[in-house]
Design a protein around this ligand. Sequence first.
Ligand code: NAP
Ligand code: MG
Length: 455
Amino acid sequence: MSTTFDVINPATEALVASLQEADVAQTDAVIAKAAKAFESWKKVSPGDRANLLRRFSALVTSHREELAQLEITNSGHTRGNALWEADNVSNVLNYYAGAPERLFGKQIPVAGGVDITFKEPIGVVGIIVPWNFPMPIASWGFAAALAAGNTVVLKPAELTPMTAVRLAELALDAGIPEGVLNVIVGKGSVVGARFVSNPTVRKISFTGSTAVGKSIMAGCADQVKRVTLELGGKSANVIFADSDIDRAAAAAPGAVFDNSGQDCCARSRILVQKSAFDRFMEGFEKSVKAYRVEDPNLDTSQMGPLISKKQLETVQSFLNDKDDAVAFTGTAPSGPGYWMPPTVLMPQSVNARTWQEEIFGPVVSVLTFEDEAEAISLANASDYGLSGSIWTNDLGRAMRVSRAIESGNLSVNSHSSVRFWTPFGGFKQSGLGRALGPDALDAYTETKNVFFATE
Ligand code: NAP
Ligand code: MG
């Protein structure tokens, strides 16, 4: 007996759709279909595979308005973000369409023969996607995986399945054969867990919480299953007194409140050099109060609601802690929907729970530091190491601090660190392996070495 579940619009609490959720037997059937499709997909010539991915990319572009609207309705993403996300899928597909013809091996000098390495596809790849960026994260996995000759089973989060289901239909419309890109809607504990235990799935690419990531890594150990993990973060935004403080203050809200703070790269720990603190906070308060939290359908909207009632409650449980003072807040609509104003905290010390744990909502904490050494040590005092920013006008300091911070993706005098042609991933408990850029292809291939005797 199959069960259904409801997908809810987080800005209005209206019902978006009721979908069937797959059980273990249905999951196994789709995995078997993907394994069968792998036998022919891996043999599709590089040029043909490239063309199919380019066609898929073009179809995503011609459906960008529809895809964006689905994401606004399902996830409460602002219109600006949702359009960027649809375009990101198209760009990522187009970028990896360049890969099949460039999956170079090496020719390594040896005595008595020729030695060549090949980048072989792994087989069926299981991709598990969280609810915060449903479209981009799905595509970062499937575009690289398909380009390298794998087939894919993909599980979107139950809260946000709508765009993944539509993308799989567009892949078929583009001419990508049946069984090559499969989207299975269902629970993580059922469908996702089956990707881990079913031996036909040869690799898992998981994006989500560090706790679930650890259990997936442990589960994969049993079959020595390949695994890529993109997990949580508690990234630092380090502002030195020698930087353009007004610019840093104007940019700080977007660096943490974008997507309502539900961003693994959110710069949720602000570290300001003591001598610049007052000036920074004055500018920051102005920019937080001006941050537009409103109907995500509006072009002017900078922040929408949180994804669910449960997430709103989780985020609010971090507030009113005796270890924090609320410095100031922004605004938010009232009425239906899971709304919350951007909130700025001043923790008493680095031991505050809000300074240590990923909140995954529109909450940011501010602390001060004296000098460069203290800034580095505070930034690194975290189990996470995903992202971060450094504001300084001293080139030497920018170099020193960006080399010293233990994090996979840093930006200097900017908050932008995710580009589809550069590698993305975490140090420490923020993950394992890299997505995007040229590096992701290593995550979806095995290196095979062959020696040909010539004597
Ligand atoms: P989550 O609870 O870990 O869920 C992520 C995905 O895993 C969902 O599809 C979920 O399915 C599935 N899942 C849950 N339990 C599972 C299990 N036992 N076996 C297999 N799959 C399982 O994370 P979330 O709450 O959706 O997302 C928030 C977290 O993701 C944050 O910590 C954030 O930092 C992290 N994140 C990291 C990155 C990055 O690139 N590093 C990007 C985005 C998000 P269901 O929910 O449908 O049951
Ligand atoms: Mg969860």
